[in-house]
Design a protein around this ligand. Structure first.
Ligand SMILES: [Zn+2]
Length: 96
């Protein structure tokens, strides 16, 4: 059975899996998620990009910083941030 649920190439590094679920990272104030599946996160990201096309003139650069470890959660201004969620989980597991 053929299915067309393939994740677009340019989404791959913007979809993050955390213990809460899947997030789609955006350049805007709020990341999208969490979603139950990578597919849902990808669809949400597609919609998001459509909405924001033309609004955000910055180039399609890396939204993800190099490496997973050095996200500055204390100074992060996002209201819903995939990397903060990831860091939160990491902290919890270090404490536990
Ligand atoms: Zn953050």
């Amino acid at each position: 059975m053929q299915n067309d649920t393939k994740i677009p190439e340019n989404h791959a590094n913007r979809l993050v899996h955390t213990a809460f679920g899947w997030y789609a990272m955006t350049r805007e104030q709020s990341d999208l998620g969490p979603f139950a599946s990578q597919q849902e996160a990808s669809l949400a990201l597609s919609r998001h990009i459509r909405v924001y096309k033309g609004v955000n003139t910055r180039s399609e650069g890396d939204v993800r910083h190099a490496g997973m470890s050095l996200h500055d959660t204390a100074h992060c201004s996002k209201s819903n941030c995939a990397l903060c969620a990831e860091a939160y989980i990491l902290n919890q597991s270090l404490i536990a």
